[in-house]
Design a protein around this ligand. Structure first.
Ligand SMILES: Cc1cc2nc3c(=O)[nH]c(=O)nc-3n(C[C@H](O)[C@H](O)[C@H](O)COP(=O)(O)OP(=O)(O)OC[C@H]3O[C@@H](n4cnc5c(N)ncnc54)[C@H](O)[C@@H]3O)c2cc1C
Length: 310
């Protein structure tokens, strides 16, 4: 357990302040002991994976921030296929490489996706038509009061960019995925596909100091028959590579991706995101909703439908 621990180098934007308390549990026992400490001290609980989808407040993060270090990967045969068990702290790419080396196929659709298994399970990570939930069988989850249980995929109540974990604070400790057992030839094709996806990603998306798509696409009921893609509207208002606030700028490669430069603050990112919301609202009457998660903020830092006119 460390106190006043800097989170700046633990998130992709490379901004934000310190965690009041910080721990990197490697085993369930260590995680339980951390949770017991938080309960005893009355501390809020925060969970941070690779920080590829998180903006940390400049004033830091009150309470205990867990950065789980359970990176174990294992593969077992089952009557339905191969079952990959991955620790929440394992990088998604490591889980993909581990699987492909053992001819276990499916997860290569997420090749190049930054972040951990825990972060991907939180948001139901997706790439084109593939969602992580398509492969998820079950997971071991831990509640803040220390109960450990095995849950199936339905427990997560997955939707687009949303899960039960958005409402309830559970630590996903590990997850099991059902993968297809492939031949050597099929595995070679899958590796080629993974390579190509990574190549495409690096051409289309910024490679650092970003959280990928900052806003999620509009749900059908929000879009009211209009185009659901938020990047479509951001492209139209012409922010790409030009709109900036302080040291945060909209990526030249993608209108829905924000990048930070050296010296940027999280306030720069917030100010830029708010300006983007205003522009889309002014021109199209829609208020973009963030996909990015906020850590350490005392209130929601962006506009909502109720506050944008104020
Ligand atoms: C360049 C770039 C491209 C991207 N492309 C995509 C894409 O194609 N598709 C896509 O879906 N996303 C994409 N993202 C976003 C990001 O990769 C995913 O959201 C990823 O799943 C984040 O994982 P993380 O470990 O970094 O999570 P973090 O950012 O650390 O955390 C995100 C959320 O998950 C929670 N969380 C993390 N670990 C756990 C855990 N063990 N238990 C419970 N909750 C947990 C955190 O509390 C937080 O609320 C992209 C990001 C970048 C930087």
């Amino acid at each position: 357990m460390r106190k006043d621990f800097p989170l700046k180098d633990l998130n992709w934007f490379r901004t934000g302040g310190n965690a009041e308390f910080f721990s990197e549990p490697r085993t369930v026992e260590e995680a339980l002991s951390d949770l017991a400490f938080a309960k005893k001290e009355g501390l809020d609980l925060n969970i941070l994976g690779e920080g590829a989808n998180t903006l940390v407040s400049d004033s830091g993060c009150k309470g205990l921030t867990l950065h789980p270090a359970n990176k174990e990967l294992s593969l077992k045969e089952s009557p339905e296929g191969l079952v990959l068990e991955a620790g929440c702290g394992a990088a998604v790419q490591d889980a993909i490489d581990f699987s492909l080396e053992r001819n276990a196929l499916g997860l290569e659709e997420f090749a190049g996706l930054p972040g951990t298994i825990g972060g991907a399970a939180f948001i139901n990570a997706h790439f084109f038509e593939f969602f992580l939930a398509d492969f998820l069988l079950s997971a071991t989850v831990i509640s803040p009061d220390g109960s450990v249980k095995e849950v199936d995929k339905d427990w997560f109540e997955y939707g687009y960019d949303v899960s039960r974990l958005h409402r309830e604070k559970w630590l996903v400790w590990s997850a099991k995925f059902l993968l297809k057992a492939g031949s050597d030839l099929e595995a070679a094709f899958a590796k080629g596909r993974a390579f190509e996806i990574i190549r495409q990603r690096s051409r289309r998306y910024p490679k650092e100091r970003t959280c990928g798509s900052f806003f999620r696409n509009f749900l059908p009921e929000e879009a009211q028959g209009k185009v659901p893609s938020v990047a479509f509207y951001l492209d139209k208002v012409g922010v790409k590579g030009t709109l900036s606030k302080g040291q945060a700028i909209v990526s030249r490669k993608h209108a829905n991706m924000l990048e930070t430069k050296e010296g940027a603050t999280s306030a720069d990112v917030i100010n830029l995101a708010r300006e983007m919301q205003k522009l889309v609202y002014k021109n199209f009457g829609l208020v973009p909703v963030p996909e990015c998660r906020f850590l350490g903020f005392t209130s929601f830092p962006l506009y909502t439908k109720d506050t944008i006119d104020g």
